[in-house]
Design a protein. Structure first.
Length: 116
């Protein structure tokens, strides 16, 4: 439900527990918004309350590569750089919150596949 407090999991690689992350989205995970046809290639998502930044991962589906490029983003949108504008892309995003010198990460959003 919107406006409630959730306790999402954190990837084991960071070894921290996210004690609280309020959100306007389910489980404190950023909700990716669909890219409209004819729009500039900008990925947008719903803000997560308490997040100070976001991490975006993108994969070029057309190349067949499984490796993802990761980008740090301060806002709840990210314009895809010219060098990454492939015909078909997959994108994920997660929220980052800093507190008392520790960094807390939400789970990754659902993937968004789209063509440019």
């Amino acid at each position: 439900m919107r406006g409630e407090i959730y306790y999402p999991g954190v990837t084991e690689e960071h070894g921290v527990e996210l004690t609280r992350l309020s959100s306007d989205t389910v489980d404190g995970i950023p909700g990716l918004l669909r890219i409209q046809a004819g729009e500039a290639p900008v990925v947008r998502w719903r803000e997560v309350f308490g997040a100070v930044s976001y991490e975006v991962q993108v994969v070029d589906l057309a190349s067949g590569s499984a490796s993802a490029a990761t980008f740090a983003v301060a806002e709840n949108h990210w314009e895809i750089p010219e060098a990454l504008r492939a015909p078909a892309l997959r994108v994920w995003v997660r929220a980052i919150r800093d507190e008392a010198g520790a960094q807390y990460l939400s789970r990754w959003s659902n993937q968004l596949d789209f063509t440019i």
